[in-house]
Design a protein around this ligand. Structure first.
Ligand code: DOR
Length: 420
């Protein structure tokens, strides 16, 4: 069917977007091209047109922790949140270290969401994420995995990390590296600094992240292999990455909306809902991360969507599990950086779509002829309050719950089909 999204706003211009079946035909200035009689017209006046985003770092909890999230509910949150593709981590039960688990995940995704969003599993780097024996990466790639990670169980052994990078490279898979020196400050609760001292809570210093990032970046340089640094939280790690890029090392990096919007003062009053790994850092780290997404030192945004049940967060600071539910809110939260003139609208497309597509070799919509017709319309003016009953994820654990936000995804098309 020939369709036209009429009079949408795209990078400050009014446009008409023509597409047929699964493909973009053309995008023109509004009114530039006559709309044929047989064309299905969608009036997008007042709405912002964006390409469907990629979230390269989510936890969908299935198999094993379906009470927190299922692939069905996680992909629904992705769809309503503006994401057309999500990459899910391997910390399920069983861990995604066999082709059988990968195939199960993909089957759950296509059964529950036959028209998308598309799920891309990430292979465990080591069996059971135990950090000792390599997982069968060739088998996992053949089953459909698009990257490799030991997820939140950072590899203590440099030898194992080296072997993972070499083995992953044999199959063209990039290693996603949760950087945390596991021997430094075990059982930390938050960032180590003035706030943790005041609260009397055990902190993890920023070097806990930067040390491991530096180690793995040096390995990447020595081996001439790529490494992708996950959810960067600190200014020191940004400096390490900038240094690596200046040396021409094949390092890429991500950060998440919460590190751009919150700092460790959010934990004051012993607010366990703000406990996350890596922890929210100091205000100066937040400022450095914002600069790093503006200047490209940090390449992409991800949510690190980590849904948990309420009882796992509404507990004491030491018992509360780490992580925030992110898929429902990420586009709204980062759109607000655009609204506040902290980020260009095109940078949002770069950080959430173009560059993750390049790093992980995934197709993206650049609104050029023949690109996939994957896009959403965003209402930039609507105000709404995230509550347990209006989030699609089973995880209601977001620090933004109950806060009035501006802007929300209103309609989403994947493969040319309007899914809401
Ligand atoms: O806060 C987090 N939660 N960070 C991680 O790296 C893991 C995640 C989870 O699985 O809950």
């Amino acid at each position: 069917m020939y369709c036209c999204i009429h009079n949408a706003k795209h990078l400050e211009a009014a446009v008409d977007l023509f597409f047929e079946d699964e493909k973009i035909i053309t995008m023109t200035p509004c009114g530039h091209q006559p709309i044929p009689d047989n064309c299905l017209l969608f009036d997008a006046t007042g709405l912002v047109l964006m390409p469907s985003f990629i979230d390269a770092h989510v936890h969908l909890r299935e198999p094993g922790f379906e009470y927190k999230e299922t692939i069905e509910s996680g992909l629904t949150a992705a769809l309503y949140g503006g994401f057309g593709q999500v990459m899910c981590m391997a910390n399920t039960n069983p861990v995604n270290d066999t082709a059988a688990v990968t195939s199960f995940m993909l089957q759950q995704a296509t059964t529950s969401h036959p028209y998308g969003p598309t799920l891309h599993p990430i292979a465990a780097a080591t069996k059971g994420l135990a950090g000792t024996e390599l997982a069968p990466l060739g088998e996992l790639k053949n089953a459909g995995c698009v990257a490799v990670s030991n997820d939140g169980r950072p590899l203590a052994s440099t030898e194992i990390m080296r072997r993972v990078m070499e083995y992953a490279a044999d199959f063209g898979l990039t290693v996603i590296d949760h950087c945390e020196d596991p021997t430094l400050a075990p059982q930390w609760i938050m960032n180590e600094g003035e706030v943790s001292s005041r609260l009397g809570l055990k902190g993890q210093p920023v070097v806990g992240e930067a040390l491991q990032a530096a180690r793995d970046i040096m390995l990447a340089e020595y081996l001439h292999l790529p490494v992708h640094i996950a959810h960067v939280s600190s200014a020191l790690t940004v400096d390490v990455i900038a240094f690596a890029k200046s040396r021409g090392i094949a390092v890429t990096a991500e950060t998440c909306p919460h590190y751009l919007l919150l700092d460790d003062t959010a934990l004051e009053g012993y607010n366990a809902s703000c406990k996350v790994s890596p922890p929210l850092r100091a205000a100066k780290d937040r400022a450095a991360l914002l600069k790093a997404i503006q200047d490209g030192t940090i390449d992409i945004l991800t949510t690190d969507h980590a849904p948990h049940a309420l009882h796992e967060k509404l507990t004491s600071m030491d018992q509360a599990l780490v992580g925030f539910s992110g898929l429902d809110l990420a586009v709204t939260l980062t759109w607000n950086l655009v609204r506040e003139n902290l980020l260009a609208e095109d940078a949002l497309h770069r950080l959430w779509c173009r560059t993750p597509g390049q790093i992980f070799h995934l197709p993206t919509n650049g609104f050029a002829p023949n690109d996939p017709a994957d896009f959403f319309l965003f209402d930039p003016h609507v105000t709404w309050v995230p509550e347990a009953d209006n989030l699609y994820s089973r995880g209601k654990n977001t620090p933004f719950l109950g806060q009035e936000l501006t802007g929300r995804v209103k309609h989403h098309w994947l493969k040319g089909r309007q899914l809401f």
